[in-house]
Design a protein around this ligand. Structure first.
Ligand code: ZN
Length: 285
């Protein structure tokens, strides 16, 4: 199943993307894609039953309708740094011995095609195509063998980053990762059955039509079961939480000379089976 959210920012409603690409309003199923929903894996079966029954006559979402983040605001957005060796190299870092973990403010969450707002004072706003993992059942001290039982699905995420805020202003990376609009998520969450092999998905990102990133999840240093098990030793992962698993080479910081986004730039990105996003960079009002 592919879960999405549609409508104006702040008043999104749940929806589904059907196998033929049609998007339908799923308000009638009585759920939204939030912590309470993901906590009970049988809710997905109920939505499936609804879609096959009463949902067959649910309103179709008109093409061009705004999509919100595919999931409601979670308790946490946890990001993994330098999880591709080619990306670690381009930033001059040594590939890490243990996962590098940082947070992104949940207020950064936006829809997949919403404008990117370049924050005030920013000169180094950068892109990062990433595979996002959404937690299903609560995860605390889970083993790698059991980790995938705690996954509700996968999403496309652009982990926007302000490199000066992140790296030149002291303290933690969170400052360069949390600006408003820095977390476009969607267009939809795909449940695991929709993805043949999550460890072999092509991921790409273009700026103004030029390919900047062209990677594959097969090159993750720490794979998804490892990350879930690892994180769950330090914190409880709640249903609906988002783990962003890291970006391959080709970010603006790694270019020689570096390239950063300016108002009017167009960013497009995608991951096999998880759809595409398109953002236009705008100046902060
Ligand atoms: Zn990242």
């Amino acid at each position: 199943m592919k879960l999405l959210r549609h409508g104006l920012a702040g008043s999104e409603k749940p929806g589904l993307q059907l196998p033929d690409g049609t998007r339908i309003d799923a308000s009638g199923c009585g759920y939204d894609w939030n912590e309470a929903f993901f906590a009970d894996p049988t809710n997905l079966d109920r939505v499936r039953d609804w879609a096959a029954g009463p949902g067959a006559s649910a309103p179709v979402i008109a093409p061009g309708t705004r999509l919100g983040s595919a999931i409601c605001r979670p308790s946490k957005i946890i990001c993994i740094g330098l999880n591709f060796s080619d990306h670690a190299r381009e930033t001059g870092a040594t590939p890490p011995a243990e996962p590098i973990v940082f947070f992104k403010a949940t207020s950064a969450l936006v829809g997949p095609d919403d404008d990117l707002v370049i924050p005030r004072g920013s000169e180094k706003t950068d892109w990062e195509v990433e595979l996002g993992v959404v937690i299903g059942r609560k995860a605390s001290y889970v083993s790698e063998a059991d980790a995938l039982d705690h996954v509700a699905g996968y999403v496309l995420h652009n982990d926007y980053s302000e490199r000066a805020f992140q790296l030149e202003r002291g303290g933690q990376w969170v400052k360069g990762k949390s600006c408003d609009t820095f977390a476009p998520v969607g267009p939809f969450l795909a449940t695991p059955d929709e993805i043949a092999d999550v460890n072999n998905l092509r991921m790409w990102l273009k700026v103004n039509g030029q390919t900047m990133q062209d990677g594959n999840t097969s090159n993750l240093i720490f794979n998804i079961p490892t990350l879930i098990s690892y994180l769950s030793q330090f914190m409880t992962l709640l249903p609906g939480d988002l783990i962003s698993t890291g970006t391959p080479a080709g970010v603006g910081l790694g270019m020689k000379p570096p390239i950063f986004l300016k108002p009017g730039d167009r960013v497009a990105l995608g991951i096999d089976g998880l759809g595409e996003q398109r953002q236009v960079a705008t100046a902060c009002p």
